[in-house]
Design a protein around this ligand. Structure first.
Ligand code: MLC
Length: 488
C-alpha cells in the first residue's frame, strides 16, 4: 500500500470531519485534501517529477503538511532538513541528496551560504498556491517507492540518508494504530518537529491513518504546552523524555486535570529515566508507554498498551518485526545476557541513499545492525543498555561526537579535541568538548564558531582545556577516562 491510499481513508472517507487545528484555525479532512492537491499542482508546475528529491528546511507549519502530502502523491522524495541545521550541515545534505529544490523561509535562507540549489521561498509558494486548481493528481506508485530520505548522523561524521519507502511508513502507521488502539475519536497534540520520523512517521501518519483530530504546534514550548493541553484536551501525546521532564514542572492540579482526559502518553527517541516514569505517574496518573525506534527502521519495539509497561524497558517487538540479540561472533545470546540488537521486517529502510558500502556495513546476513546493546528478559521484554558507538542524544536529537570533533579540529588554536556526553537532568545528555590547545585556550571563540556553523543542540555545553587526551597504547582515545564534567 502507498501513503496516499492509506491517507485517503480520511481524505475521501471523512471529508467533512474536523481534522486539524493550526494557529487557531480548524480545517476538515476535505480542506486539507484540497490544500494538498493545490500544492501538488504547484510543485508540478514548478517542474518537480516523480523520483526528484525535495528538501524542506522548515519548522512546523501548515504548509509543511501540504508539502509532505503533495510529495507523497507525486512520488517526489521528501527530504526533511532539521530547521536548527546551519550552513555546513545543510551543504552536506544538498550535495548528497541532489534535490531539485529546497524550500525554506526568507529568514532561514540566510543560513544557506554557498548552497548551489534552487531555493523556493515558502512566502512565494504561499502567494502562488491559491491560484492552482484543486484537482487531485496522484501518481500510481507502489510500496517500494521511496517516500522520504531522512538524514541520520553517521559515525563517520557525515550524515547518511536513510531511504524510507511508502511500505515502511504504511506498516509503521498500521502497527501503531493497532498496538496503541487509535480511533477516529482520538485527539492528538503534536509538538514534535516534523523533520524527524517521530513527528512525521508517528504523529502525522497516525493522525491521517486513524482520522483523529490533530492540533499541531510550531514546537514544544514548555511554558505554553500546559495551556494547549488544558484547552485542546488531547487524548494522545507523543513526546521525547525532555518534554516529560519539563511537564513535571507544571503545577500538580494542572497535571492531574490534564491526566484525567488523556488516554495515552508515549515516549521515545531517547531513554526515559525510570524516575521520570514514576514521578510522571504520581502527577499525571498515567504510566508513560515507552517504545523504541530509529530513523532507519521507524518503530520496532513497544511496551504493551494493555499489560505491564515496564520501567526502563522498551517492551516487545511490534507486529512483523523480527529481533535478534547477537554476540560479536553473530551467535544468539541467552535471555538475561547482553547482546547487540539486529532487526528484520517490513519497517526496515531500503538502504542509505547512494551508499552501498555503508548499507552493507549496517547489515549482517540480511539483518539490520542497530548498534544498540540490549538484554531480553525471560518474559520477552527488551531493555536497552547502551550503544556500540558514542552517540549522544540530547533532548531527543542525535549527535555524533565525531562531527563536532572534526569541526573543532579545524579551528585555530585547537591541537586535539574529543567530544563526550555529560549527563543533564533535562536534556538527558549534552556534549562537552575536551580540548588540547595550541597556544592560548579561548573557549569563547570556540563557542562562537560552533554557534555560527552548527545546530544549537550540538554546541558543547562546556569547553574543557586538558593537557592531553587519554589514549590506549594503539592511540585510540579513551573517552571514559576524560575528567567528569558536571552540569550545574
Ligand atoms: C528546539 N529548538 C527548536 C526546536 N526545538 N526550534 C525550532 N523547532 C524546534 N522543534 C530550539 C529553541 O528555539 C532553542 O533555541 C533551543 O532549540 C533549545 O530549546 P529549548 O526549548 O530551550 O530546549 P528544551 O526545553 O531542552 O526543549 C527542547 C525540545 C527539543 C525537547 C523541545 O529538543 C525537541 O523538540 N526535541 C525533539 C527531538 C525529536 O523529535 N527527535 C526525534 C528523532 S527521531 P535558542 O536559539 O532559543 O537557544 C528518532 C527515532 C525515534 O530518534 O525513535 O523517535
Amino acid at each position: 500500500m502507498t501513503l496516499p491510499s492509506l491517507f485517503d481513508l480520511s481524505f475521501l472517507g471523512r471529508r467533512d470531519t474536523p481534522a486539524l487545528e493550526w494557529d487557531g484555525a480548524v480545517f476538515t479532512f476535505g480542506e486539507i485534501d484540497e490544500r494538498a492537491a493545490r500544492m501538488a499542482n504547484l510543485l508540478t508546475a514548478r517542474g518537480l517529477e516523480r523520483g526528484d528529491r525535495l528538501c524542506v528546511y522548515l519548522g512546523n507549519c501548515l504548509e509543511y503538511v501540504d508539502l509532505y502530502l503533495a510529495a507523497t502523491r507525486l512520488g517526489v522524495i521528501f527530504v526533511p532538513v532539521n530547521v536548527l541545521y546551519r550552513d555546513r550541515e545543510i551543504r552536506h545534505i544538498l550535495q548528497d541528496a541532489e534535490p531539485k529544490a529546497l524550500i525554506t523561509t526568507a529568514e532561514q535562507a540566510g543560513f544557506l551560504s554557498g548552497a548551489s540549489v534552487a531555493v523556493w521561498l515558502l512566502e512565494e509558494l504561499r502567494a502562488e498556491v491559491g491560484a492552482q486548481a484543486a484537482t487531485r493528481r496522484v501518481e500510481v506508485t507502489d510500496g517500494d517507492t521511496p517516500a522520504a530520505i531522512v538524514y541520520t548522523s553517521g559515525t563517520t561524521g557525515a550524515s547518511k540518508g536513510a531511504v524510507l519507502t511508502h511500505r515502511n511508513f504504511v506498516v509503521n502507521a498500521v502497527n501503531l494504530l493497532t498496538c496503541w488502539q487509535f480511533t477516529a475519536g482520538d485527539r492528538m497534540l503534536l509538538t514534535l518537529p516534523l523533520f524527524h520520523v517521530h513527528g512525521l512517521g508517528n504523529g502525522i501518519h497516525c493522525w491521517l491513518a486513524s482520522g483523529c483530530m490533530l492540533r499541531l504546534t510550531e514546537r514544544f514550548a514548555h511554558e505554553r504546552a500546559a495551556g494547549w493541553m488544558t484547552e485542546f484536551q488531547p487524548t494522545v501525546f507523543f513526546g521525547v523524555p525532555t518534554m516529560y521532564v519539563r511537564m513535571l514542572e507544571w503545577p500538580e492540579e494542572t497535571a492531574a486535570a490534564i491526566g484525567k482526559g488523556m488516554r495515552l502518553f508515549v515516549s521515545g527517541s531517547a531513554p526515559l529515566p525510570a524516575q521520570v516514569l514514576e514521578d510522571f505517574r504520581a502527577r499525571f496518573g498515567h504510566t508513560i508507554l515507552e517504545r523504541y525506534g530509529m530513523s532507519e527502521t521507524l518503530m520496532n519495539l513497544t511496551n504493551p498498551y494493555v499489560g505491564e509497561r515496564r520501567a526502563g524497558s522498551v517492551g516487545l517487538p511490534m507486529p512483523g518485526v523480527s529481533v535478534r540479540n547477537l554476540d560479536p561472533d553473530g551467535n544468539d545470546v541467552a535471555d538475561g545476557e547482553t547482546g547487540e540488537l539486529y532487526l528484520r521486517g517490513p519497517n526496515l529502510f531500503a538502504g542509505y541513499w547512494r551508499r552501498e558500502e555503508a548499507t552493507a556495513a549496517a547489515h549482517r546476513d540480511g539483518w539490520f545492525r542497530t548498534g544498540d546493546i540490549a538484554v531480553r528478559s525471560a518474559d520477552g521484554y527488551y531493555t536497552l543498555q547502551g550503544r556500540r558507538s558514542d552517540l549522544i542524544i540530547s533532548g531527543g536529537f542525535n549527535i555524533y561526537p565525531r562531527e563536532i570533533e572534526e569541526f573543532l579540529a579545524e579551528q585555530p588554536g585547537v591541537k586535539e579535541v574529543a567530544v563526550a556526553a555529560a549527563a543533564d537532568a533535562r536534556r538527558g545528555e549534552v556534549p562537552v568538548a575536551y580540548v588540547v590547545a595550541e597556544g592560548k585556550f579561548d573557549a569563547g571563540a570556540l563557542e562562537r564558531a560552533c554557534r555560527a556553523h552548527l545546530a544549537s543542540f550540538k554546541i558543547p555545553r562546556a569547553f574543557v582545556a586538558v593537557e592531553a587526551l587519554p589514549r590506549t597504547a594503539l592511540g585510540k582515545i579513551q573517552k571514559h577516562l576524560l575528567p567528569k564534567w558536571e552540569s550545574s
